[in-house]
Design a protein around this ligand. Structure first.
Ligand code: NAD
Ligand code: DAU
Length: 341
């Protein structure tokens, strides 16, 4: 029988890529998304009329719509979240409401229904920051440093509690930084690519030597389906890209691919509480579930830059309107970073 997934936050970057893959694999999907600034139904235009796809506009923190959306579902995959660290520094409240309270509403509805599987899509940021060596393992201490990562950690602990206390069949994945098509251009890679194309400044925080581990969004989505199908109840699985890059080196690589100028780089005030380095030990998901990445970072980055070049109308629309006001607030106060995208 066709597996029916309730996917929350499916109109965002990773959720939209995941829904496309799940439908391709013959699964049915109900997408519950509040369509915040980050949710864009255009991301799913090509599957909107698919017979196994249904969209419901709604907030995961509101019980009534969650009850309706979970009807008949075999499993939940929870992507819905406020996802941007800088925004969480400005306005933590909404991060707690959606990421913590919203997850609790979903968990509670799932427990009442004795749902088969609840997959919480979490992040490596729950582990905090690394020094120059070492990698995050599933049993590394939780040490979140931003309101965003604290809210994701809170959600992870609720997932754990619902498994231990009520026996809910939960799974938690903690992934590193994603890149690829459809990422909102407030995040490092699409921001730098689109600004480089437009000849604008490239705002690098602090000394630019913070390190992130990059994974292609399709590899992340494949890993999520693998965990959903084969993961053990109550377990946590790290997912990494094995591609550690200092931000400044990454920005220079993007400049080279786009054919922009290094003179566009602008070092700006650092992000408060800025985590220095992330690196993931993915051996558990590789050894237990046989996960293998399909992208190497250089190829994936070049393809991603090409995607943004081919979809200029998409990001120009995204970069207009409300996002413009947000950007002006973020960067406008840094006089040398410019107030425009
Ligand atoms: P995104 O910001 O692109 O998308 C978030 C989606 O959630 C949007 O469609 C938005 O409309 C929806 N949403 C927000 N609040 C909601 C609410 N209250 N009810 C229903 N829908 C709501 O985020 P993303 O980058 O696609 O991340 C998806 C998930 O993956 C998040 O949980 C994030 O913490 C996690 N994650 C992201 C990354 C990354 O690098 N982007 C890495 C690891 C984990
Ligand atoms: O590690 C997983 C996390 O990756 C996810 O949980 C988050 O949802 C996702 O947003 C991402 O968080 P980061 O904070 O690492 O991503 P961001 O793209 O905001 O920043 C990446 C790095 O680039 C970080 O060191 C900050 C830096 N940066 C970012 C922006 C937006 C800049 O130097 N300049 C910028 O303008």
């Amino acid at each position: 029988m066709t597996q029916k997934l309730l996917v929350t936050g499916g109109a965002g970057f990773i959720g939209a890529n995941f829904i496309r893959l799940a439908l391709q694999e013959g699964r049915a999907v109900v997408n519950l998304d509040a369509l915040t600034y980050a949710g864009n139904l255009e991301n799913l235009e090509d599957v909107a009329k698919h017979p196994d796809y249904t969209f419901i506009k709604g907030d995961i923190a509101e019980r009534e719509v969650v009850t309706q959306a979970m009807e008949g579902a075999d499993a939940v995959v929870n992507f819905a979240a406020e996802s941007h660290v800088d925004r969480s520094i400005d306005n933590p409240d909404i991060f707690l409401r959606t990421n913590v309270m919203g997850t609790q509403v979903l968990l509670d509805e799932a427990r009442h229904r004795k749902l088969g599987r609840f997959l919480q899509v979490s992040t490596d940021e729950v582990y905090g920051s690394l020094g120059e060596t070492g990698k995050f393992r599933e049993d590394s201490a939780l040490a979140p440093n931003s309101p965003y990562s604290a809210s994701k950690t809170g959600a992870d602990l609720l997932v754990r509690a619902y498994h231990k206390t009520y026996g809910l069949a939960t799974l938690t994945t903690r992934c590193s930084n994603n890149y690829g098509p459809l990422q909102f251009p407030e995040k490092l890679i699409p921001l730098m690519v689109t600004n480089a194309v437009e000849g604008k400044e490239l705002p690098v925080y602090g000394d630019g030597k913070n390190v992130r581990d990059w994974i292609h969004v399709e590899d992340h989505c494949r890993a999520l389906l693998l965990v959903l199908d084969k993961g053990r109840d109550g377990e946590i699985y790290n997912i990494g890209g094995a591609a550690e890059w200092q931000n400044i080196d990454l920005v220079r690589a993007i400049i080279r691919i786009v054919g922009a100028s290094e003179e566009q780089i602008r070092f700006v005030k650092d992000r408060p509480g800025h985590d220095r380095r992330y690196a993931i030990d993915s051996s558990k998901i590789e050894d237990e579930l046989g996960f293998q990445r399909t992208y190497d970072f250089e190829t994936g980055l070049a393809q991603t830059v090409a995607w943004y070049r081919e979809h200029q109308t998409w990001w120009e629309q995204v970069k207009s309107g409300a996002y413009r006001d947000y950007y002006a607030k973020m960067y406008g106060e840094r006089p040398d970073a410019g107030g425009d995208l």
